[in-house]
Design a protein around this ligand. Structure first.
Ligand code: S3P
Ligand code: PEP
Length: 448
């Protein structure tokens, strides 16, 4: 769904809150939800999914897989059934695929299409149309696919799949799970063995799920931590039953809100804690955040726990750049936590944040400054001097921060509003529905 034309902007002011208390459950993990539908659509037979995130990004993936021949049906809240067409049997869609705001849908589906004998045109909203696709065009071209992209390798673009595609060995030049996954998905319908070399580990849901669906995939970790992922092509995927764990990237907003608002104590149930995703909790604990894991268990092949979070006095830290991939989507809300900590937080090595739904370094530097925080923007990160626990001043009535069609900026600044003296105005909360449709309801339930 595209926000730029479909409905008018929805501004909202987020006011200071009293203690946040209670138990909540956040929606299913967005990365795992996308992959459940894509892999289900390639398996022959019925894949059953519970806990699927019904956000706009995942609905874009569902619509695209339907357009390419799969049956993708909602049978209840978060409960979906997918009947796949089989690897190699995707159909040419009748028209362009609208990817809305979703980078994951676009890049992973470009990979799938690249090794099928079809031609597909991809479009997206104003935010997605600014994001770089060259990073997937390069390896997929080596595999034999051809592309007609807009200037700078951007959407709208056309992919012409290769049949047969050519297996490659590719060393990732950027730490990106989307690029890795695009190549692995293309490899499913490519004869021979395709190898992706990952010098810096990124989220490994594709590897876990491809193995779960029966693909022949191996991961070797070298002495320096480099991961070498090899997958055999012309795979036959078997349908699965998948229970999607709660999204740690969505839980992040409530973790930080509970840490910042005095008197808060919140339990967030069923949060995915895959080590390639759990960086935020580690950094917040280093800052002095009181976050306990209750009832640690496994859901859908992923580690999960209930998180108990209590208001805490946070201290600034130098964030180790090596942890960035394990919390890449959580930096905007970490910056909010840092703005109320005691002392200075330095976050660096974050060039990738400039090519997300917005330039998240500039967007957060500008927004937090408007809310009264002390921020220095650097080329690859931010330096934030915290208030020492005092609320942010907030903003005058009628003033609004710009979210640039970026859900994570909107939700991060909502949290800043709760932890402010006079509230924070957000210019547009529509994008929140891309990843977290019931964010406002859960916030209201905790604020009593
Ligand atoms: O593979 C995925 O599901 C994702 C990978 C990350 O993107 P990059 O691969 O661009 O880092 C992340 O930011 C995005 O929200 C989801
Ligand atoms: C970067 C994100 O998503 P995507 O790349 O799928 O648009 C995100 O959800 O923060």
């Amino acid at each position: 769904m595209s926000h730029d034309t479909a409905t008018p902007m929805r501004p909202r002011r987020f006011l200071p809150a009293g203690p946040l208390t209670g138990r909540i459950r956040v929606p299913g993990d967005k990365s795992i939800s996308h992959r459940s539908i894509m892999l289900g659509a390639l398996a022959v037979g019925e894949t059953r999914v519970t806990g699927l995130l019904e956000g706009e990004d995942v609905l874009s993936t569902a619509a695209a897989m339907r357009a390419m021949g799969a049956t993708v049906e909602r049978v209840g809240e978060g409960e979906w059934r997918v009947h796949g067409v089989g690897v190699g049997a995707l159909l040419q869609p009748g028209g362009p695929l609208d990817m809305g705001n979703s980078g994951t849908s676009t890049r992973l589906l470009m990979g799938l299409v690249a090794s099928h004998p079809i031609q597909v045109s991809f479009t997206g909203d104003a935010s997605l149309s600014k994001r770089p696709m060259g990073r997937v065009i390069d390896p997929l071209s080596e595999m034999g696919a051809s592309f007609e992209a807009s200037e700078g390798g951007r959407l709208p673009l056309i992919v012409r799949g290769a049949s047969p595609a050519v297996p490659i060995t590719y060393r990732l030049p950027v730490a990106s799970a989307q690029v890795k996954s695009a190549i692995l998905l293309a490899a499913l319908n490519t004869p021979g063995e395709t190898t992706v070399i990952e010098p810096v580990p990124t989220r490994d849901h594709s590897e876990r799920m491809l193995k779960g669906f029966g693909a022949d995939l191996t991961v070797n970790v070298e002495a320096d931590g480099t991961r070498v992922i090899t997958i055999k092509g012309e795979a036959e995927l078997k349908p699965q039953v998948i229970d999607v764990p709660g999204d740690p990237s969505s839980a992040a907003f409530f973790i930080v809100a509970a840490l910042l608002v005095p008197g808060s104590e919140v339990v967030i149930e069923n949060v995915g804690l895959n080590p390639t995703r759990a960086g935020l909790v580690e950094v917040l604990r280093q800052m002095g955040g009181r976050i306990d894991f209750l009832d640690e268990r496994e859901v859908g092949g992923e580690p999960v726990a209930d998180l108990r979070v209590k208001h805490s006095r946070l201290k600034g830290v130098a964030v180790d750049p090596a942890i960035a991939p394990a919390m890449i989507d959580e930096f905007p809300v970490l910056f909010v936590a840092a703005a109320l900590a005691e002392g200075v937080t330095v976050a660096s090595g974050l060039d990738e944040l400039r090519v997300k739904e917005s330039d998240r370094l500039t967007a957060m530097a500008v927004a937090l400054t408007l809310a009264g925080a002390q921020i220095e923007e650097r080329e690859d990160g931010l330096v934030i001097t915290g208030t020492g626990g005092a609320p942010l001043p907030g903003m005058a009535e009628g003033a609004r921060v710009t979210t640039h069609l970026d859900h994570r900026i909107a939700m991060s600044m909502a949290v800043a509003g709760l932890a402010s003296s006079s509230g924070v105005g957000v210019d547009d909360i529509r994008p929140i529905a891309t990843s977290f449709p019931n964010f406002e309801d859960l916030l209201a339930s905790l604020a009593g």
